[in-house]
Write a protein that binds this ligand. Structure first.
Ligand code: UD1
Ligand code: CA
Length: 471
């Protein structure tokens, strides 16, 4: 096919500067592996093929990257450099295709920025950028006519070359049919004894081919991520970009520098996010949801007009509309709240459904419970769901009223409209509309002598007790 585009993503490097057990390119950026960001950018360009050059121990990559059958996994058995990496993929490339080279450790790059590079008619087009601090990058060396001569790696550069501020982003487009001839002539005669892909520029020049540079203005977008310091800067840049996109789409973010959104998250209209919120997808928020400060939400769905108050923690929870949660609430996996449910401070909910209009306003643990509609769970209610071996269910039918400080020893069922007296330990089921109360009766003793301090010994003794002698 004429004018076909193939993309080659280099992802086999050792990543030694990262100093982590996790492979560098699987380090998460906004909750998604760096490499996955690059693969999805590649897909937006609709190439005929995507070659992914990986190291032999790439099993972790295979499980982290979704392969829709469009990825050609190429193993580079020894990491002999970026040029050597592309050489491994070359036999699988259509010799007449133009080739775009992407680096797995340049994850912020956007399709818009690649477009001018793809449109360049040059035989070799290099994406470059001017950096205030170019340390670590390959420098673009030009002649007096401003034509590109070669790219010089930091380790091979003299002081004059190091002073050049224009750097190689590592992203190239090689015109139709040009790559094989250039690749076959790479050598490893350099400081790192590696086959540098960057040497194709000088080779192309000596062949009289047309070399062009496409300069981007966005330094952050083409930053390479080699260590954890650069990963943190890339994360901030990504979060900032994402927050700006969300604000432009109508999400009110009070401070875009103090919100982190990771993975896939969707928002309705008029959502408000206060400061220091962390959201990890997949999550979906309806219209008019308010998320107060210090809230952490993972894998949850929140319906229209619900409010998550300060310092609450939600994981695997499904909330209907008009719910109120927190402050300081914890919703754990399996929590399903119908419309209008209210969960107050210091309430923990797990594997529990609550029907519409039900409330647990203070200091409770609700685990493995099926709670009906309009149920009032009093302060300090605890479902005793675990006997040390098995988990048991608590059922509170519609309109149950649970008095404060009640222990519900599961399995137990409380019938519709039943009432439980405060301070009860409920071990047996209660019939609908009945009162269940299970606690010691109050006993009063008149004229009770209060203890008072003994004169010759520390501690408290009763007024009526005989004085202690000796020890
Ligand atoms: C590379 C460029 C440098 C550029 C910089 C931009 C070369 C020689 N240098 O340097 O000019 O300024 O990127 O970020 O190309 N990889 C392989 N196999 C290998 C070696 C590397 O697949 O044998 C992959 C890595 O996984 C990585 C990418 O290629 O994704 C770049 O390799 P890296 O070692 O990070 O190159 P830099 O030193 O950053
Ligand atoms: Ca790099």
């Amino acid at each position: 096919m004429k004018n076909s585009l193939e993309i080659c993503i280099l992802a086999a490097g050792k990543g030694t500067r990262m100093k982590t057990a996790t492979p560098k390119i699987l380090q998460p950026l906004a909750g998604t592996p760096m490499l996955a960001h690059v693969v999805s950018t590649a897909r937006t360009l609709n190439p005929t093929k995507i070659h992914l050059v990986v190291s032999p121990d790439h099993e972790a990559l295979k499980s982290a990257i979704e392969d829709n059958g469009d990825l050609n996994w190429v193993v580079q058995s020894e990491q002999l450099g970026t040029g050597h990496a592309v050489q491994q993929a070359a036999p699988d490339m259509d010799p007449d295709a133009s080739i775009l080279i992407l680096l797995a450790d340049v994850p912020l790059l956007r399709q818009e920025t690649l477009q001018p590079l793809l449109e360049s008619p040059a035989d070799v087009a290099v994406l470059t950028v001017d950096l205030v601090d170019p340390t670590g990058y390959g420098r673009i060396q030009r002649n007096d006519e401003n034509q590109v001569l070669r790219i010089v790696e930091e380790k091979d550069a003299d002081a004059e070359t190091r002073a050049i501020s224009e750097i190689n982003t590592g992203i190239f487009k090689i015109g139709e049919g040009q790559l094989p001839g250039l690749l076959s002539r790479l050598s490893n005669d350099n400081q790192q004894q590696e086959y540098y892909l960057t040497d194709i520029v000088e080779l192309a020049g000596s062949d009289g081919l047309h070399i062009a540079t496409v300069k981007t203005l966005s330094a952050a977008e083409v930053s390479g991520v080699n260590d954890l310091v650069q990963l943190a800067s890339a994360e901030r840049a990504f979060q900032r970009r994402q927050a700006e996109e969300l604000m432009k789409a109508g999400v009110r973010i009070l401070d875009p520098n103090r919100v982190d959104i990771r993975g896939s998250v969707t928002f309705g209209q008029d959502v408000v996010i206060d400061v220091n919120v962390v959201i990890e997808g997949p999550c979906a928020f309806g219209n008019g949801v308010v998320i107060e400060s210090g809230v952490v939400i993972q894998s949850s769905r929140v319906g229209d007009s619900s409010r998550i108050k300060a310092q609450s923690n939600l994981e695997g929870a499904q909330l209907g509309e008009h719910c109120q949660v927190g402050p300081f609430a914890r919703l754990r996996p399996g929590t399903a709240l119908a419309d209008g449910v209210a969960i107050g401070n210091f309430v923990e909910v797990k594997q529990t459904t609550m029907g519409s209009g039900s409330k647990a306003s203070h200091l409770s643990y609700l685990g493995d419970a099926a709670i009906g509609e309009r149920v009032n769970v009093g302060a300090g209610t605890i479902t005793c769901n675990y006997d040390g071996v098995n988990k048991w269910q608590t059922v509170l039918e519609d309109e149950v009223f649970v008095g404060s400080n009640t222990a519900l020893v599961a399995p137990v069922t409380v019938g519709a409209g039943a009432t439980i007296g405060a301070g009860s330990t409920i071990t047996g089921s209660i019939a609908p509309a009945a009162l269940g109360v299970a606690r010691g009766r109050q006993r009063n003793i008149d004229d009770w002598p209060r203890p008072e301090k003994a004169s010759d010994a520390p501690g408290l003794v009763k007024k009526s007790a005989p004085k202690q002698t000796g020890v």
